[in-house]
Design a protein around this ligand. Structure first.
Ligand SMILES: [Fe+2]
Ligand SMILES: [Fe+2]
Length: 293
């Protein structure tokens, strides 16, 4: 079974529409004057190329772990939905979960759901998708509007408790179980992310996923724009990084999953800016084979 995983595509459309908010204004200033806008310049073209490239890899399913937009205006969510096009009606082939930038301010409430609920089981989390190949996706949502200097996330007690009953169900024992969320559980260094940037209940979520009585093969996320793989005590975590951020070697992953052998082979693809296309990143450290349970 082949699964594509991309994240943090950040459709960015200014001037703003959909309501003033100080946090959005600060973001526009950062994009306009502090160079961040250059990271996502022309991202629409890369996103279209990304979706086409993913399809050319003959994957069975594609997962996006959030941050579709820059500041979650109606126009940005609409544009992201336009780029997905008919794929929004193909939940068997595509899954999308929200990132913090898709719920950037309180006035953005409901916009992600309006456009992308079809690809995440109605956006009621935790959501579960059983794919025909023996792979199960368990989707968590940590994205919420925050203050000006805060981009942290929270899964919360209610969602963790439901996730525990899903993941400890005996019916998942023989399936290849992937837990997907926007936020990482550890940084590339193996340390916790910072309080204003990371998941507030990272320790609790890690404790839950490391339990001996839950079925988890792989944890997938984005949010941190540089990709990497790391381990908790029991689980492999893969961060896809950003698929479109020009400030780094942006790209996406394809996982070739052998369900019976509990093995996943990772292939990294990167955006070759000069050539104007995604292509295999043959020397990337993420090209590894992992045994999961
Ligand atoms: Fe991001
Ligand atoms: Fe993020």
């Amino acid at each position: 079974m082949k699964l594509a995983h991309f994240s943090d595509i950040h459709v960015t459309h200014f001037p703003l529409s959909g309501g003033f908010a100080l946090k959005r204004l600060a973001a526009v200033t950062s994009y306009s004057f502090a160079g961040r806008g250059k990271h996502f310049e022309g991202s629409d073209q890369r996103i279209a190329a990304l979706l086409a490239h993913v399809e050319s890899q003959n994957v069975d399913h594609a997962l996006c772990t959030g941050d579709l937009t820059g500041v979650a205006t109606e126009r940005e969510l609409e544009r992201a939905a336009e780029l997905f096009g008919d794929r929004l009606r193909e939940p068997d082939r595509y899954t999308v979960i929200p990132g913090n930038h898709d719920r950037y301010v309180t006035s953005a409430a409901g916009l992600f759901e309006k456009h992308f609920a079809t690809l995440c089981e109605g956006a009621s989390f935790p959501a579960v998708k059983h794919l025909p190949s023996g792979v199960t996706l368990v989707l968590l949502d940590a994205a919420r509007p925050t203050s000006l200097i805060d981009s942290s996330g929270l899964i919360g007690e209610a969602q963790r408790s439901k996730a525990l009953s899903i993941l400890s169900d005996p019916s998942l024992k023989d399936r290849f179980v992937i837990v997907a969320l926007h936020y990482g559980l550890l940084r590339m260094t193996g340390k916790r992310d910072s309080r204003p940037h990371g998941l507030r209940d990272d320790v609790e979520v890690m404790h839950l996923l490391d339990r001996a009585d839950v079925s988890v093969d792989l944890v997938l996320h984005g949010h941190l724009h540089r990709p990497f793989t790391i381990r908790t005590k029991q689980r492999h975590i893969i961060n896809a990084g950003s698929a479109t951020d020009l400030h780094m070697r942006c790209g996406y992953n394809v996982y070739d999953i052998d369900v019976a052998a509990r093995r996943v082979a990772v292939t990294r693809h990167w955006w070759n800016r000069e050539a104007g296309r995604y292509e295999p990143d043959t020397s990337h450290a993420l090209n590894v084979t992992l045994t999961t349970r």
